[in-house]
Every structure is written in C-alpha cells, then in structure tokens.
Design a protein around this ligand. Structure first.
Ligand code: AMP
Ligand code: ZN
Length: 139
C-alpha cells in the first residue's frame, strides 16, 4: 500500500534498524521502544490484521519470532519476553499493517499493564455461553 509506513520500510523508502529478513518477513527496531530491544516483525505483503493475513505469512512471522526470541535472549539476557499483537483501532492498533511486537522484559523496564491483570474468577455460566458462541462460529 502506497501510504503505509511499514510498506515503505519494506520497500526501502523509509529507514529502519533491521534485525532480520527473509522472503516473507522483516524485523526491525520499534522507534518508540517500551524497553531496550523492542522489536517489530512485519509481513512483507500488506495485511491489515489477523483477520486478513494469509497462512504462510502468519507462519513465517511466528517462526521468525522464535528466531528473534533466541537472538534477544542471547544478546540482552532479558528476564522474560512479551509478544504482543493488536488488531483494530478498538485494540489500539496504530499502524494498520500487521505486526508482532517482541518486548524484552529487562530489570527496570516500565510495567506492561496488559500482562498484570488481576485474577478474578468470572461467572462460569457466562464464560461457557461465550465459549460456545465462539466455538459455533469456528470455520
Ligand atoms: P501498534 O499499531 O499500536 O501495535 O504499534 C505500532 C508501533 O509501530 C508502535 O510501537 C510505534 O512505535 C511503531 N512505529 C511506528 N512507526 C515506526 C517506524 N517508522 N519505525 C519503527 N517503528 C515504528
Ligand atoms: Zn503496509
């Protein structure tokens, strides 16, 4: 897509700090890092979200995430690593080209509230009803 920032990076029309690429994916540093080593992995083809991305591109993203997770562990020795992927403006997706965030958790990193939700038991009937609704829609 002509105006998409990540398509421009893939085409080499905008700079990035590249970490890895293959036929399907490009991985580069996030320029607003949540923590040191914050990495983005994007498909080279434009897909907006998980709802559009094709099987082989999605597989390639996740295989690359494992490769980069090893590289991050070896180079930065993080305490842990969060993988985050947002779909749609309602989930705060800002760049509308599919991307997977890899966020190393290092000592002193700011908190990641999304990973710290309180465990409060839900209503089992409501949980069952919703699970059944989703299960019935699986294609
Ligand atoms: P989101 O769509 O909310 O999952 O996040 C978009 C991410 O893209 C943010 O973390 C931005 O910092 C990052 N970002 C936006 N523009 C660039 C760019 N030119 N190079 C690297 N990262 C970027
Ligand atoms: Zn794009």
């Amino acid at each position: 897509m002509a105006e998409c920032i990540f398509c421009k990076i893939v085409r080499g029309e905008m700079p990035c700090f590249k970490m890895y690429e293959n036929e399907y994916v490009l991985a580069f540093a996030d320029i607003n890092p949540i923590s040191k080593g914050h990495t983005l992995i994007v498909p080279k083809k434009h897909f907006e979200s998980l709802w559009e991305i094709q099987d082989e591109d999605l597989s390639a993203i996740h295989l690359a995430s494992r490769k980069l997770a090893h590289a991050i562990r070896e180079s930065l020795k993080p305490l842990g690593l969060a993988a985050l992927q947002l779909n749609g403006k309602g989930a705060n997706q800002v760049v509308m080209h599919y991307h997977l965030h890899l966020i190393p958790r290092l000592g002193g990193s700011p908190s990641l509230p999304m990973t710290e939700w309180e465990f409060k038991p839900g209503n089992r009937d409501a949980i069952r009803e919703t699970a059944q609704k989703i299960a019935a829609a699986v294609k």
